[in-house]
Unconditional design. Structure first.
Length: 400
């Protein structure tokens, strides 16, 4: 028996990186997310896997657009048609607190015998007749939701609830917890992160009786502990340019005659590139454009720009800025590099700093200091004009 665990889907995220597609009028990023989800379903159908667990945050916003709800409903319909059981663990983005409801509660109102929404902590036993796998679901909770003032109180309450669920397991099959919580020892890159004031951060040692713990909520995939496995599966898609270098996965759990194994399958998500080009030495805007194109051609030999989303920042000097036409770069990467979308060409002006001379001190007269300072000005005509006006001002003020 196999199951698939897919991280936070966040349908409706990243529209600023997308573009409106012709005919459908849908944002291209919504289509990307849809295609990535379909890839997982296709994988399950091809490998005859009949249980899918979603770790929460189905939509990016607590008030999803109708098109996003419609798209996700189509995914659920297809999963039902393929006889795949879908288990949805509620995440923080799914909660509509003021109404004590979730964005996916509507699924409970329809005849969907293979779709389950877990707003409360609970557990089930999955079996194929030969193997049994015990699943414990930990939907998102805050200290406020648990009526606790401290992390210690909240952890104690959740630990007691976990023990209650474990006591209800009546078979010897592996026990896997799937939830939407932050864990202690979590890092983003090399930097440890802490939760917000109301966030409950769970210690890995509370899960020692389990065979695996798989969390959503944190978007980069990372393994906190290997025995037992404690991991973030990671979000389904790259949400922004900060995720450019982060690979995305889903988890496949395999139980065969009590032999419990797992592996991560990489998702074919679209590449994102945040490109910075230094053209501060360019003598003109035209030169900066041509050199930027050359840089991008070389960049393309090392990275797959085709079908990617790019954002380009170009540093210029003030002289080159006035002749620089960023639209030429945008057309170039879209036509020649075949990028799927260029979100923009951003220019940053870097002015040459005029350094203060050490010999100019308060003991020098203003006129002498000013004349020595003018030696730093490279433009001769500008220097003479500054000299004329500056000395006149100093004379009018008495050279003090």
């Amino acid at each position: 028996m196999k199951i698939v665990i897919l991280g936070d889907t966040h349908f409706g995220c990243g529209y600023s990186m997308g573009k409106t597609m012709p005919y459908t009028r849908l944002n291209s990023r919504l289509i990307d997310y849809s295609n990535t989800f379909d890839y997982v379903v296709d994988y399950m159908v091809e490998n005859e896997i009949f249980h899918l667990i979603l770790t929460g945050d189905i939509f990016e916003y607590r008030r999803p657009q109708a098109v996003e709800v419609s798209l996700f409903s189509e995914k659920i319909r297809r999963l039902e048609e393929k006889n795949i059981y879908t288990h949805i663990v509620i995440g923080n983005h799914d909660l509509i607190r003021e109404h004590r409801a979730t964005t996916v509660d509507v699924l409970r109102k329809f005849d969907l015998p293979k779709t389950f929404v877990y707003s409360d902590i609970g557990s089930i036993a999955c079996t194929d007749g030969l193997n049994t796998l015990n699943l414990i679901f930990f939907p998102y909770r805050t200290k406020y939701m648990l009526d606790c003032d401290t992390d210690e109180e909240a952890i104690s309450r959740l630990t007691n609830r976990l023990q209650y669920e474990l006591r209800g397991v009546s078979n010897k099959g592996p026990k896997i917890l799937v939830g939407h919580f932050m864990l202690q020892k979590t890092k983003i890159g090399d930097a440890p992160i802490d939760g917000g004031a109301d966030e409950v951060v769970l210690p890995p040692e509370m899960f020692n009786e389990l065979d695996a713990v798989v969390m959503g909520h944190i978007h980069p995939h990372q393994i906190i502990q290997r025995d037992p496995l404690i991991t973030y599966v990671g979000s389904m898609e790259r949400k922004n340019f900060g995720d450019s270098d982060i690979k995305k996965y889903f988890l496949v759990v395999d139980l065969d005659k009590n032999n419990f194994t797992f592996h991560f399958e990489q998702l074919p998500v679209r590449n994102l590139y945040d490109i910075t080009i230094d053209q501060t030495l360019a003598l003109s805007g035209k030169e900066a454009i041509e050199q930027s194109k050359q840089y991008l051609e070389e960049y393309n030999t090392k990275h797959k720009l085709a079908d990617s989303i790019v954002r380009i920042t170009i540093y210029l000097n003030s002289k080159a800025l006035f002749e620089f036409d960023g639209s030429q770069i945008k057309r170039f990467v879209e036509a020649e590099m075949k990028v799927q979308n260029c979100t923009g060409i951003h220019t940053q002006v870097v002015s040459k700093r005029q350094l203060r001379k050490d010999t100019i001190t308060e003991r020098r007269s203003p006129a002498d200091s000013f004349l020595e300072y003018l030696e730093l000005v490279e433009d001769g005509s500008l220097r003479e004009r500054m000299k004329e006006i500056g000395l006149k001002i100093i004379e009018e003020r008495g050279n003090k």
